[in-house]
Design a protein around this ligand. Structure first.
Ligand code: GLN
Length: 480
């Protein structure tokens, strides 16, 4: 889709200004119901679009992404524009600089339509934890779009942008992509800079594309990947053109299917059937299906829910009512507060329930006396999970399974039971724990209550082997 839009722009069949206006038209029409966007940048976007049109008229060569309208999850900084991370703490806060991914996309002349909704600080699986609004699933508005990048996934699915950026700490790109029927890629930890992404859990967070097609995901990845002196963990050199790796040929590729991902009990039968169909299709295309076992996956969710909140408790300490965003100290009635009260009262007032829950869990896991029992132990299990992947990837090139155990669930269905909500991430958190790349692609849909609800298939790859991952996803996508 990006390539086609690019061709149309270059051949002057359409202008970027027209394209951008059309997207704003679609947003105006659909977003009052879907609520994917938190804010829009009409003037900024149209200004950029006109500048690209001028370049085209002047016969200048333009980038593949030039003039193509996109959306950005509202936990990434775009200089001069609000960035809320879905939290009241950051209401009225303006980003003082561009995130590295934004800087890179600006260099390509991307057009930013606006910022999309998310669970507060990216903590959640449904966008219901957003302090502002709950995004609806475009396939069935009585259901969640997934989360935390639910706004980005819904915007792509409802054609309210050509592509979007999301962030993924435990599944937040892939699970909403699965629920909305679009493609979501979490790159290898260290492939894309996190500078300017409001941190949730720094050892797990990665930025990645949410797109209509696998080719689009490859195109966007090519542009946002690469080392960054502002993020020491972004290490891989930026010389791969991922879209050029898409041959669609997967003959003799060894695809591992972990038996733990199909265990009775957790997995919906609709999801299971569709994934099993896809496995057969891979076999028909000449891939070798290998039964594998990842027994430590059983501990992945427990490990994630120790490591992630521990890092959350540390990262969110900066929102103290003094350094960033809203402060109780600015209220007239609270004039004589001492510093400690400003901290306590600001955090009590402006942070949401889920953020507080995780800060408390994390603080507990890191506290003297419990550190060894929880945090250190979780880190040990993390090493075991990583090792298990290393060993498995000696036998196979990729691992295939479902992205999420269920179809998109109803709004409100899991809000009272955080544990049930956490189970949404059972197949996705392992990739973050191990740092490997993973992608969710639409594999089919199940008809429920008169609506076609999409099912996502997840492929996980070797560290920094996005080429093989994207190529296999591309091949499966073409066949389905
Ligand atoms: N749903 C998961 C959580 O709530 C993942 C979040 C994410 O990837 N940002 O932690």
């Amino acid at each position: 889709m990006i390539k086609e839009l690019h061709e149309k722009l270059v051949n002057q069949e359409i202008t970027s200004e027209q394209l951008t206006s059309d997207y704003f038209g679609a947003i105006e029409k659909k977003d009052p119901k879907i609520e994917a966007y938190l804010n829009l940048n009409k003037e900024f976007a149209l200004g950029k679009a006109r500048a690209v049109d001028k370049k085209i008229k002047n016969g200048e060569e333009i980038s593949l992404l030039a003039g193509i309208p996109c959306a950005v999850k509202d936990n990434m900084c775009l200089e001069g524009l609000p960035v809320t991370a879905g939290s009241k703490v950051l209401e009225n806060y303006t980003a003082p600089y561009d995130a590295t991914v934004i800087k890179k996309l600006k260099k390509e002349d991307a057009v930013f339509l606006g910022k999309t909704n998310l669970d507060e600080f990216a903590m959640g699986s449904s966008t219901e934890n957003s302090a502002y609004q709950t995004t609806k699933n475009p396939r069935d508005p009585s259901r969640v779009p997934g989360g935390s990048s639910g706004g980005s996934a819904a915007a792509v699915a409802a054609d309210m942008c050509a592509y979007a950026l999301g962030s993924d700490t435990g599944g937040s790109i892939r699970q909403p992509a699965s629920f909305c029927g679009v493609v979501g890629l979490k790159p290898t930890y260290g492939l894309v800079s996190r500078y300017g992404l409001i941190a949730m859990a720094s050892s797990l967070d990665q930025i990645g594309p949410i797109t209509k097609t696998v080719e689009d995901a490859a195109i966007v990845l090519t542009k946002i990947a690469g080392p960054d002196r502002n993020d020491a963990t972004a290490v891989k050199s930026a010389d791969t053109i991922y879209e050029n790796c898409l041959t669609g040929e997967i003959k003799n590729l060894r695809i591992g299917v972990p038996k733990e991902y199909f265990a009775e009990g957790g997995l919906d039968s609709e999801v299971k059937n569709i994934i099993e169909e896809s496995i057969k299709k891979c076999e028909k295309m000449g891939a070798e299906i290998v039964d594998v076992s990842l027994p430590n996956s059983d501990f992945a969710l427990a490990t994630y829910y120790i490591i992630m909140p521990s890092e959350v408790s540390s990262n969110l300490a900066r929102f103290d009512g003094i350094r960033f965003g809203q402060s109780i100290g600015e209220e007239k009635s609270e004039e004589n507060l001492v510093l400690k009260d400003i901290y306590f009262k600001s955090r009590a007032k402006y942070l949401g329930k889920e953020a507080k829950r995780r800060i408390m869990l994390g603080t507990y896991a890191l506290s003297a006396g419990y550190y060894d029992q929880y945090y250190k132990k979780a880190q040990k299990v993390r090493s075991l999970i990583r090792k298990e992947f290393e060993e498995t990837f000696r036998r196979v090139d990729l691992i295939l399974g479902p992205t999420a155990p269920t179809l998109a669930f109803k709004i409100g269905e899991k809000t009272e039971n955080p544990l049930e909500m956490y189970l949404s991430d059972i197949y996705t958190v392992t990739a973050n724990i191990a740092g490997i790349p993973a992608i969710s692609i639409p594999a089919g849909s199940a008809r429920i209550e008169g609506k076609d609800l999409p099912v996502g298939l997840q492929l996980m790859g070797k560290w920094f082997d996005e080429e093989t991952l994207l190529n296999c996803a591309y091949a499966i996508g073409k066949k389905l």
